[in-house]
Design a protein around this ligand. Structure first.
Ligand SMILES: Cc1cc2nc3c(=O)[nH]c(=O)nc-3n(C[C@H](O)[C@H](O)[C@H](O)COP(=O)(O)OP(=O)(O)OC[C@H]3O[C@@H](n4cnc5c(N)ncnc54)[C@H](O)[C@@H]3O)c2cc1C
Length: 416
């Protein structure tokens, strides 16, 4: 089934009775060439690019819950390519280019909206750091503009520009950044992979990884054993637990990250704003809710839910940046489990087990990475060579001390 304006119009006239499920629900086969563990954004994008770029379609994506139930459907939907470190810079640049063609490629409306991202700065030192970052982005071929305080005052009049502690001195503006509807991204990749022959199997938890003589042979699942020549682990917050099934200990801690949404309001923020002196970022959804988030919980946990201390912490940052947010009623909050690495950057690599691959460590920034990660992980699994934009995301960099430490906060997971 192809989507088009004519189709929407016709279905509207005929009672919307012609829509069909977006993907099949096949029974798992006993054997596949490739099994992807985890039906989040990264796993589904990997399956899609395996089929599209490499013609590999004897592939299954095994998801323990339902498509869109993990972090891919829980994030604050911010997409950007404003990284400064070699490794991240080229990777996120590539990922943003894929975002820009993704809806056409998938024939799916993911509500990609390049509404721009403002990173505010509040001190001279922070301005210099953003100027440096902007230059890196431009050198990478992406867009960046350093705005002074007058320009930001005109563009974002609702901020507390003259806050005594954190005055707004300007912003780094990235016009090609923005937001997308998170679960639609998962649905679009699921549909795209399914249409090319990939089996997407929900309610199928992987409980063990079969290894013989140092080589992966398949997986054990709640729906039986499945043999596979190659297996990819792409399970976000559960990376350490699933890798442990293969005897691997990862340099990853899992932490909860929360997000919040207010009641629907009239159009107020037509862009994305990040606070430079606290961890706070905000945009407005198409339904009108203000969508915002902040820091990770400061301790490791697998609790996939929110808690009040962090809610208070995030609201405080929001009130410091834009006090009028105190007038809005909070509607909902939720949490997702983040796989935090010691340098805040991801891993796309082979593991010491032949045929077993790992895509993990996306921390709290992996939504924007979905297309790039899927593309690069598919390349690695299909060709056994690293895709150039992701070539630095090696598992052994932590042992070598070759960190990609974007935040310059060292090896403390919860500060990344
Ligand atoms: C509150 C919040 C806000 C965020 N905001 C942003 C943002 O604004 N911008 C941004 O870029 N990123 C953001 N992120 C981060 C981003 O959402 C994640 O980094 C990214 O979604 C992780 O990859 P994924 O989509 O594959 O994860 P998931 O959707 O979590 O997919 C992993 C899947 O693996 C499945 N799984 C786990 N164990 C097993 C098993 N044993 N067997 C089978 N399946 C298994 C899970 O059920 C899950 O569906 C945010 C995250 C949260 C929680």
């Amino acid at each position: 089934m192809r989507f088009s304006a004519a189709r929407v119009f016709w279905e509207g006239l005929t009672g919307n009775t012609g829509w069909t499920p977006h993907w099949r629900s096949p029974e798992p086969k006993s054997e596949y060439d490739i099994v992807i563990i985890g039906g989040g954004g990264h796993g589904l994008a990997t399956a899609f690019y395996l089929a599209k770029e490499h013609g590999l379609t004897n592939v299954a994506v095994l998801e323990k819950g339902w498509i869109g139930g993990g972090n891919v459907g829980r994030n604050t939907t911010i997409v950007r390519a404003n990284y400064g470190m070699p490794g991240n810079s080229e990777f996120y640049s590539h990922s943003l280019k894929l975002w820009e063609v993704m809806e056409q490629e998938l024939n799916y409306n993911a509500m990609m909206s390049q509404r721009g991202v403002y990173n505010l700065f509040h001190s001279d030192g922070q301005r210099d750091a953003y100027a440096r970052r902007g230059n890196t982005m431009i050198n990478q071929g992406d867009d960046a503009h350093l705005l002074d305080r007058a320009a930001v005052r005109v563009r974002l009049p609702f901020l507390d520009h003259d806050n005594a502690r954190f005055p707004v001195l300007g912003a780094l503006y990235h016009g090609r950044g923005g937001t997308a509807r998170h679960d639609a991204v998962a649905w679009g990749y699921a549909r795209g992979a399914d249409m090319r022959g990939v089996d997407i199997i929900q309610n199928c938890e992987v409980t063990g990884i079969d290894i013989e003589a140092g080589r992966v042979r398949g997986v054990q699942t709640t729906r039986g054993a499945i043999r596979a020549k190659k297996v990819g682990i792409v399970v976000a917050g559960r990376s350490s637990q699933v890798a442990a099934m293969a005897g691997l200990r990862l340099p990853i801690e899992s932490h909860v990250l929360q997000a919040f949404v207010t009641e629907g309001l009239k159009p107020l923020i037509d862009t994305v704003v990040t606070f430079g002196m606290g961890h706070f970022y905000i945009s407005q959804s198409d339904k009108g809710g203000l969508v915002f988030g902040g820091d990770l919980d400061f301790y490791a946990s697998y609790a996939q839910r929110g808690n009040l201390p962090m809610a208070e912490h995030v609201m405080e940052a929001g009130m410091a940046l834009m006090p009028m947010i105190g007038q809005a009623k909070m509607l909902r909050s939720w949490g997702g489990i983040m796989d935090m690495t010691p340098d805040g950057s991801p891993i796309i690599d082979r593991t010491p087990v032949d045929g077993l691959y790992l895509d993990a460590g996306w921390c709290y920034g992996g939504f924007k990475a979905v297309p790039g990660s899927g593309f690069s992980f598919a390349h690695l699994i299909a060709t056994d060579t690293h895709h150039a934009p992701a070539a630095r995301f090696r598992l052994d960099r932590f042992a070598r001390g070759d960190l990609i430490d974007e935040e310059a906060t060292g090896s403390q997971h919860n500060l990344h």
